[in-house]
Ligand binder design. Structure first.
Ligand code: AMP
Ligand code: MG
Length: 391
């Protein structure tokens, strides 16, 4: 049995190689760039007017004749003579030999003539070519998480695809002969199978879309075959149940038979002691205990950081904060405890229903209190470490 710290340290060594893929920009929200993106163009690509007004070559004259019009999208490049101006609109091409745009509110116009009322400074109201970014400058660096502004920025440079860290594909293998899919009346001796939909939701929350769920009875051959299938098609496998030491727990044996290398088994923690972690080539495997609260806690603490790291994120663990405990906590077991809890401001309360089989208070928790294996007792108002469950 290893400590929580050792287990986290082992997982933090992975992945040792990353997978990348090219995606179209409209599918890239929240994905992370795996390479620098260079601008293929100057932005703006030409000198643009920043105002509706008149473009002219700056001089000390205050009267100009209008010789043409440049509206957004026009390509006409007027050659202006001394004393001439063009009517111009926001976003339009500024003639090469004009250097200033005056806003229309600052001129008096009579027919084809303008009389400047308030002279702007030279070069005013013109967006310079490449003032935002120049051709072949870095638009966004590798490891940037693409938000909506980043997507807009890349699109304005004409970019339509990006290379990103590939979001892992995940298989969920649910084991247990007692499990019945919700949707029909419960048979004697059975319980509704809830881990798959819970883990699927937890995966969706961190942006994982490619999820396959397979259900097997406590049957060695079916378990072994299903594991093999997931290893061949997915980047990570979550097994639910069957990893304890009962006569009908076949998962560990089936994983080893599939040549999945064991990286650890059993952690000095409650809940979730029988967690198993391994890998085969670039596919990682967490065999989670079947008790629903154990499965979810092991997912949050161990599987989530690895999945986020594979997806290219830098801060992978759930956030940890210190709060004052509203509850006395006894820990005679010498294990690290993860307790369902409600965090409000600087204080945190341990909720009822800490059994690893129970989810009713997990549904209301926004944090897990982490009590270190060496801490035998937490008194009211003592500081405790809390793991926030929202991202
Ligand atoms: P196991 O880890 O397979 O020994 O399962 C531990 C406990 O969790 C047993 O009471 C199981 O019935 C229950 N359990 C296992 N898998 C699931 C599941 N997918 N949904 C709900 N409960 C489960
Ligand atoms: Mg079982």
């Amino acid at each position: 049995m290893i400590s929580v710290k050792t287990a986290l340290a082992i997982i933090s060594e992975f992945p040792d190689t990353y997978l990348f893929e090219e995606v179209s920009l409209n599918e890239a929200l929240n994905l992370v760039l795996s390479e620098d993106v260079f601008s293929p163009i100057n932005m703006p690509p030409f000198r643009q007017s920043a105002m509706d007004g008149y473009a002219f070559k700056y001089s000390d004259k205050d009267k100009y004749s209008i010789v043409g019009e440049s509206k957004a999208g026009d390509s006409n490049n007027y050659v202006l003579k001394e004393g001439e101006a063009v009517r111009i609109f926001t976003g339009a091409l500024v003639p090469d030999n004009a250097d200033t745009v005056i806003m229309q509110e600052h001129v008096e116009r009579v027919g084809d003539k303008i009389h400047i009322q308030k002279m702007p400074s030279q070069c005013a109201n013109i967006r310079k070519t490449g003032e935002q970014i120049k051709t072949m400058d870095i638009a966004l660096k590798r490891d940037t998480k693409l938000n909506e502004a980043a997507i807009g920025f890349l699109a304005c440079l004409g970019i339509t695809t990006v290379t990103v860290y590939k979001i892992p594909k995940v298989g969920i293998l649910v084991t247990g002969s007692e499990l019945q899919k919700p949707g029909s009346e419960l048979e004697q001796g059975k319980i509704y199978e809830s881990n798959s939909i819970m883990l699927e939701a937890a995966l969706q929350k961190i942006g994982i879309k490619d999820i396959e769920i397979i259900r097997v009875k406590d049957d060695y051959d079916a378990t072994k075959t299903s594991i093999e299938k997931v290893l061949n098609t997915k980047d990570l496998l979550l097994v639910s149940g069957g990893i304890s030491v009962g006569d009908y727990d076949f998962v560990k044996e089936a994983l080893l038979e599939n040549e999945v290398e064991e990286l650890f088994y059993k952690i000095n923690q409650k809940p979730g002691k029988p967690l198993w972690f391994g890998r085969k080539k670039n596919t990682y495997v967490f065999a989670l205990p079947g008790n629903p609260a154990s499965a979810l806690t092991c997912f949050y603490i161990y599987a989530l950081p690895l999945l986020r790291k594979m997806s290219g994120y830098k801060n992978n663990q759930l956030k940890r904060v210190i709060a004052n405990s509203k509850t006395t906590i006894k820990n005679p077991s010498g294990k690290t405890l993860f307790l369902k809890a409600k965090l409000e401001g600087d204080s945190v309360e341990v909720l009822q229903g800490q059994s690893s089989a129970m989810l009713y208070t997990y549904a209301l928790s926004n944090a897990l209190i982490c009590v270190d294996s060496e801490t035998a007792e937490v008194k009211i108002n003592d500081e405790v470490e809390c793991i926030k469950l929202e991202l």
